[in-house]
Design a binder for this molecule. Structure first.
Ligand code: ADP
Ligand code: MG
Length: 751
């Protein structure tokens, strides 16, 4: 038949492709040799055997042994070679978009092809695949989204879930969904890959699925903790109260302004150790220096000093520095570039490695530099397990990573720097011993390492489960509702029929729904898109005042959200004249965020069309009226209960959460709780009225009574909202973001 013929022709052409492109060119032979040298290659037959005989197989193996790049290829190649087997469609998920992109590019290169031929990728807003694509790398989120519309994953033959040891929320959730799917698709193969030896846990979750371990080999790594580094080099830490501009992260600054600092387990570990004379074998200078160690601060100066030392005195080999996040990386990079040795490009190749780098930059990371040039890579925890740089000999570890945590005030997940676990520290150390014996410098004392948690808690136990639950609901996975009952309680409060169809945080979904109903979708789309991307308002440390000034132009009414809408509109106008970049530059805006907002607006709009809330015949989302009062109402509605009321006393005032009356802002202008966006402030009387209106809205949406076609019936309601919000003007409600407000910045208080 035609299909079989097609299959055979495809297989032939693939075989020719392999032999021509991959084996006969010199480059191809070199690549083949590299592939064959990877530990995974030795297990190829065992792996394929296990996969053919079991529906679920769990593979573990040291980072860099070839799991991600080789195993999907083994399956693809064996399918190509087999005569009888069905044509395969392999999906391999990655927790981060950057790994999905870089891995797919690498695998295509190993096969001597261009990306988009046999190998493709798909991440949010981007992707490359063609009709011949049989191996697709995508983010976990993309596969989850596909499961929403395609519950049986029709046509897919293999699903590979990578980096399961990270225990990310999406990955854990995907496993739950796939476990449910397996009995319905007996021929589907599921392969789980982990970099650590926790395979048993997953095996028992999948009814004792077989495990294949890929034995690896690493050279020994000499470990230095802070006290050893100080002793070895004679470096002195700067006393706590004299710390200069470097090495302080935001947390520390916040703590300095609001001296409510609670002693963490980590901070007191050092004090205890010093008191208990655990450091008695070290010199008095080292002991004194250790007492200056600040747990909230990454010692940029110390890193610079160490890098310099290695460059000057040590044998060749790349240096990998683990930093907390992108902002630390970029400020350290700036600092190092100004250094006489480290900034000398004829001697040092300085690179950054983080989740949002460009792919050209990525390639440099893997290349070996010219002789006599030292490669230094500043990386986030992405280089712990998902990206392997082969020639690393020295590792510097600051001990922190950004992890999503739960912002209780706002019900919002946010990224905060926190200490890594012992397992992560070990992983980081292991990166140094891949090609020869290596060295690792931990920038914290041994006693602090001892106080680290053994493992990081799975994300599913750390964060609110609202978004997850909405997905579970629409996937009709009633059986796990028990396991998630706590989360369901939260979801129920804000759930609505439409919300389950909008795969985003509920508070954002709520805004979109109300925006559609109240006909102010244009600006609501901007707000929602803006809350989904990195804050577009940039504040470079050295130009903070100018940046604040630029932002103030947009936020004349003290609202970050309205500021965002204005900034976006200005950008859109400038973009029409091809002057978007200048506009961003002038106004301290991130052009990247602006573009992302633009793209997300379109995506959200098409999602709304799918829900039937907006007329599917309209093509643009720019045709709605702009009404500030209405927009405020919508934001309020969405962000509840993250709303405060303002309480005036004789001379001062305080802010109270609407939900439980907690005081958030004292009259001296200091906020008690920070993090995330804090939203609108209202007069208590208005707040009460607002609450009852809110209940009414919930009811209407929940019962599907409110939709665009019947909206005229609710005119009374809408005008009530308008009135309510405009009444409240006198208070000058405002919104702010991540800053301690100074009294001078508050709007004038009118009684
Ligand atoms: P694992 O998934 O087991 O951690 P990978 O399959 O990611 O391992 O990597 C296997 C090997 O391929 C490693 O030595 C790694 O350095 C190399 N590698 C991976 N991606 C690239 C790339 N883009 N360029 C060069 N080498 C790469
Ligand atoms: Mg991998």
């Amino acid at each position: 038949s035609k299909a079989v013929m097609g299959k055979i022709i495809w297989r032939r052409s693939m075989q020719i492709m392999i032999s021509n492109k991959q084996q006969e060119s010199r480059e191809g032979r070199k690549m083949m040799k590299f592939r064959q040298s990877l530990p995974a290659y030795k297990e190829k037959d065992a792996l394929l055997m296990a996969i053919s005989q079991n529906q679920v197989v769990i593979v573990s193996g040291e980072t860099g042994c070839g799991k991600t790049t080789q195993i999907p290829q083994f399956i693809l190649e064996s399918e190509i070679e087999s005569v009888h087997g069905p044509l395969c469609s392999i999906i391999c998920t990655q927790p981060r978009r950057i790994s999905a992109m870089s891995v797919s590019e690498r695998v295509a290169a190993e096969r001597g092809e261009k990306l988009g031929e046999t190998v493709g990728y798909k991440v949010r807003l981007e992707g490359l695949k063609g009709k011949d694509t049989h191996l697709l790398f995508c983010t976990t989120g993309i596969l989850l989204r596909r499961l929403l519309v395609d519950r049986n994953l029709k046509g897919v033959t293999h699903v590979i879930v990578d980096e399961i040891h990270e225990r990310g929320m999406n990955e854990d959730f995907l496993l739950i969904v796939l476990k449910d799917l397996l009995p319905r698709r007996p021929e589907l193969r599921l392969i789980l890959m982990s970099a650590t030896l926790d395979a048993e846990l997953f095996s028992s979750y999948f009814g004792g699925a077989p495990m294949v371990h890929i034995p690896g080999f690493t050279y020994p790594v000499r470990t230095h903790f802070l006290e050893n580094i100080l002793e070895m080099t004679g470096y002195q830490l700067t006393p706590y109260n004299q710390i200069d501009d470097y090495g302080q992260d935001k947390m520390w600054k916040m703590n300095k302004q609001a001296p409510r600092k609670r002693k963490s387990k980590i901070a007191s570990a050092v004090e205890d150790a010093l008191r208990a004379a655990d450091f008695k074998d070290f010199s008095p200078e080292t002991q004194e220096s250790l007492s200056c160690w600040n747990p909230d601060c990454i010692g940029f100066n110390l890193i610079e000093y160490l890098l310099c030392n290695i460059c000057e005195k040590e044998r060749p080999g790349a240096i990998l520095v683990f930093m907390t996040g992108w902002d630390d990386i970029s400020s350290l990079k700036d600092k190092l570039q100004a250094h006489p040795i480290l900034g000398d490009t004829s001697r040092v190749l300085l690179l950054a490695c983080h989740g949002s780098m460009a792919s050209a930059e990525q390639r440099l990371i893997f290349d070996e530099p010219e002789d006599g040039v030292r490669k230094i890579v500043l990386a986030t925890n992405i280089a712990e397990t998902s990206i392997t740089i082969n020639d690393v000999v020295f590792v510097i570890d600051c001990g922190k990573a950004k992890e999503t945590s739960y912002d209780a005030l706002n019900n919002t997940p946010c990224l905060l720097p926190s200490w890594i676990s012992k397992v992560s520290a070990k992983q980081r150390r292991g990166r140094a011993g891949r090609v020869q014996p290596g060295e690792c410098f931990h920038l914290y004392p041994r006693c602090v390492y001892d106080a680290f948690a053994d493992y990081q808690l799975p994300e599913i136990l750390r964060t609110p489960l609202q978004s997850l639950c909405l997905q579970i609901k629409s996937l009709k996975l009633a059986s796990i509702s028990e396991f998630l009952s706590r989360a369901f309680a939260v979801t129920r409060i804000i759930s609505g029929h439409y919300l389950t169809k909008l795969p985003m945080e509920p508070k954002l979904g709520k805004m979109l729904i109300l925006g559609a109903i109240l006909n102010c979708l244009d600006s609501v789309l901007t707000v929602v898109a803006g809350l989904s991307v990195r804050d577009p308002f940039l504040t470079p440390l050295d130009k903070k005042d100018l940046a604040d000034l630029a932002k103030a132009q947009f936020s004349r009414d003290y609202s970050d959200h309205l500021a965002l809408v204005r900034a976006y509109e200005g950008w859109k106008d400038a973009e029409r004249d091809l002057a978007g970049y200048e506009y961003c530059w002038k106004n301290f805006l991130s052009a990247q965020s602006m573009k992302a907002i633009d793209a997300l607006r379109r995506e959200f709009y098409s999602l709304l069309k799918d829900t039937g809330l907006v007329d599917s015949n309209t093509t643009t989302c720019n045709s709605w009226s702009y009404d500030e009062h209405l927009l405020r109402a919508v934001i309020c509605y969405g962000l509840y209960p993250g709303i405060c009321s303002i309480v005036h006393n004789e001379k001062s005032f305080s802010l109270k959460t609407m939900e439980d009356g907690q005081v958030l802002l004292y009259s001296d202008g200091h906020l008690k709780m920070l993090g995330g966006y804090l939203e609108f402030f209202m007069k208590p009387a208005i707040a009460e009225m607002y609450q009852s209106l809110r209940r009414e809205f919930e009811e209407l949406i929940h019962n599907k009574l409110l939709n665009p076609r019947t909206v005229h019936k609710h005119n009374k309601l809408i005008s009530a909202v308008r009135l309510l919000i405009s009444e409240d003007q006198s208070d000058g409600r405002f919104v702010f973001n991540h800053q301690v407000l100074q009294p001078s910045k508050l709007p004038p208080i009118t009684a």
